[in-house]
Design a protein around this ligand. Structure first.
Ligand code: ACO
Ligand code: ZN
Length: 175
């Protein structure tokens, strides 16, 4: 099937049950809506300049989902970190999932799955060797999502969150 939407660059809607929902790259003017979702759905808040710098540095993997009225209903953002390779004196690039959230009324439609898969593909151009993330040990929903993508729990970070909760450190290596 060929539609305008599919030929337009940076617009993806594959695998979402609702064809009126799109996943596309975040634009500067979307940031306020992204921040609003973050503040509603997650206790970890960041200042505006933090979102802005991630958008400036890693725009290809900063994606949003929008509904049929153009309202932003989800986002994902990543950053790339250089870390020493465990096997040599070289440095390798890890993709670090900074944050993902989908507005409550739009959950369980496959939006997070599309946000994750498209952004993971997009960030590969930075020669990524591994994807990494932290998630609250109580966040069963998100842990299930990451497990679907074959992420494995590699360890626990004690007191990772400001309220004292522990984080699972989850990783997925690229073959
Ligand atoms: N119960 C169990 N598994 C679930 C649930 C649930 N309520 N929701 C999603 N999943 C798992 C399932 O395996 C699901 O696949 P399935 O529907 O085929 O069974 C898979 O995740 C994909 O589901 P999606 O519909 O794509 O997920 P959704 O769009 O609802 O978003 C998300 C999932 C982002 C975790 C959402 O629940 C949310 O925004 N939660 C609050 C914010 C949050 O916790 N973000 C992650 C924090 S960690 C971090 O950002 C690094
Ligand atoms: Zn992190």
């Amino acid at each position: 099937m060929t539609t305008n939407k599919e030929t337009e660059p940076n617009i993806y809607n594959h695998a979402i049950n609702d064809p009126q929902i799109y996943v596309r790259r975040c634009k500067l003017e979307d940031l306020d809506a992204v921040i609003e979702i973050n503040e509603k759905e997650l206790p970890e808040d960041y200042p505006y300049f933090f979102y802005k710098s991630i958008l400036d540095e890693f725009p290809e993997s900063f994606l949003v989902a929008q509904n049929k009225n153009g309202k932003i209903i989800g986002y994902i953002m990543w950053r790339v970190e250089k870390t020493p390779s465990p096997h040599s004196l070289k440095y390798i690039n890890k993709a670090h999932l900074v944050s993902i959230a989908v507005s409550e009324g739009y959950r369980r439609k496959g939006i997070a799955r599309v946000l994750l898969s498209n952004s993971m593909t997009a960030i590969k151009k930075h020669k990524i060797k591994e994807y990494v993330l932290e998630v609250r040990v109580s966040n069963y929903t998100a842990i299930r999502l990451y497990e679907k993508f074959n992420y494995k729990i590699e360890g626990i970070k004690k007191n990772y969150y400001r309220d004292g909760e522990n984080a699972y450190y989850m990783t997925l290596s690229i073959a």
